[in-house]
Each structure stands twice: as structure tokens, then as C-alpha cells.
Write a protein that binds this ligand. Structure first.
Ligand code: ZN
Length: 112
């Protein structure tokens, strides 16, 4: 998987919200993680932000790895699986602070 600097990673994700997708329907399915492993998406999988059929998932083994995970749907009704699009690795305090700053600016979805 391609690893991007954290700013490019967030830019490429596009419009994001703090929450928004109900992923409970899709748990138990694997996704490719930026750390190089494949994880199973579970209810307790931490997500930093949500977009349109996409989330930023935090690696359960090493929270410095973040993955842009696309939810692949057929005609928006049939779930086809997850696809890890690209990732980033937080390696400095500055990057962590930048990430936290950006996430804190994001709006919460009013759907819940
Ligand atoms: Zn991982």
C-alpha cells in the first residue's frame, strides 16, 4: 500500500466528518492496513473520520498507522468488501499534533 505524508493523506481523503457511516453492518470483513497486515473490521475498530463510503481506520496493532479504507458497494445496496486505498504513518509529535488539529476541526454528522 502507498504511504503518503499525513497532509497529503488527509487532502486525498476529501470531505470528512467525525462520524457518519454505520459500519456495524460490515463488521467481520478484512481490510488491508497501512502497517502491511490485513485486519478484520470490527465494531471496536477505531475510525478517525468518515467520508462518502470511506473511513480513516486506526491500525489496531500500531495506532501510528492510518488507512483510508473504501467501502466497496454495488449500486449502493450490496456490500462488496473493503479496500485499503492508501495509508500514512505518524512518526513525529508535529504530525500527531497536526492530525489532531485537523480532526478536531471536522464537523459531526447530524445523522446520529
Ligand atoms: Zn495495521
Amino acid at each position: 500500500m502507498k504511504l503518503l505524508p499525513v497532509d497529503s493523506f488527509l487532502d486525498s481523503f476529501g470531505r470528512a466528518m467525525r462520524n457518519g457511516m454505520d459500519l456495524s453492518l460490515y463488521t467481520g470483513h478484512p481490510y488491508e492496513c497501512a502497517c502491511g497486515n490485513t485486519h478484520t473490521f470490527e465494531l471496536y475498530t477505531e475510525t478517525l473520520c468518515h467520508g462518502f463510503w470511506r473511513v480513516v481506520a486506526v491500525c489496531p496493532d500500531d495506532p501510528d498507522y492510518l488507512t483510508h479504507v473504501k467501502v466497496r458497494m454495488f449500486l449502493m445496496v450490496k456490500f462488496l468488501g473493503f479496500k485499503g486505498v492508501q495509508g500514512t504513518h505518524i512518526s513525529t509529535d508535529e504530525e500527531r499534533a497536526y492530525l489532531n488539529f485537523i480532526i478536531e476541526q471536522l464537523p459531526w454528522s447530524s445523522r446520529y
